[in-house]
Design a protein around this ligand. Structure first.
Ligand code: GDP
Ligand code: MG
Length: 166
């Protein structure tokens, strides 16, 4: 099994930390699949029989000018072509305008989306359920997975869930 995965989320939610952890600890190989100029392959993770190809999707943010508008369309087309989207949010910050804006963009995309609630090491365990509830009614996420990309909590479980989805 093999599939393309894109991690989307506001700056500083922990996308790079997550990628560094999963690509860093396993043997990462560069894919020989052709790369387009716009979609950069960030890393390829091979776990047993599954290959996860993480690709960068720049431009998912509120456009400030026409070029931003164009980039947004490019990004949305990319989201239609990947097999799975990981929508990463910060457990400390809750649902905000940035998240709302990104979720709007998902409305035109049929790609399955996992909600990844990162930085759970920064909250009290009792706070998690209300956070999950606050996101549940916003979108039909295929999975909702709380993790700590920094400390590694639940990261293996997320990889398993991704794998079974490819
Ligand atoms: P990106 O902009 O989404 O790529 O976010 P980064 O991966 O650069 O992370 C932004 C900041 O959040 C860095 O200081 C990370 O060390 C920190 N960070 C990322 N993941 C976690 C986490 O799970 N827990 C904590 N406490 N900090 C995190
Ligand atoms: Mg980053």
């Amino acid at each position: 099994r093999s599939g393309f995965i894109s991690i989307i989320g506001r700056p500083n939610v922990g996308k790079s930390t997550f990628l560094n952890r999963v690509i860093g600890q396993k043997i990462a190989i560069m894919s020989d699949k052709p790369q387009t100029t716009r979609n950069k392959i960030q890393g390829v993770l091979t776990v047993n029989d599954a290959q996860m190809i993480f690709i960068d999707t720049p431009g998912i943010h509120k456009p400030k000018h026409k070029l931003g508008d164009f980039m947004m369309k490019v990004a949305q087309n990319t989201l239609k072509e990947v097999d799975l989207i990981l929508f990463m949010v910060n457990a400390e910050e809750g649902f905000g305008r940035g998240e709302e804006f990104i979720l709007e963009k998902f409305q035109t995309v049929n790609t399955p989306i996992f909600l990844v609630i990162n930085k759970i090491d920064q909250i009290h365990p009792d706070e998690l359920l209300p956070i999950i509830q606050s996101y549940k009614d916003k979108y039909a996420f295929k999975e909702i997975v709380p993790i700590s990309a920094l400390e590694g909590n639940n990261v293996e479980r997320l990889l398993d869930q991704i794998k079974s989805f490819l």
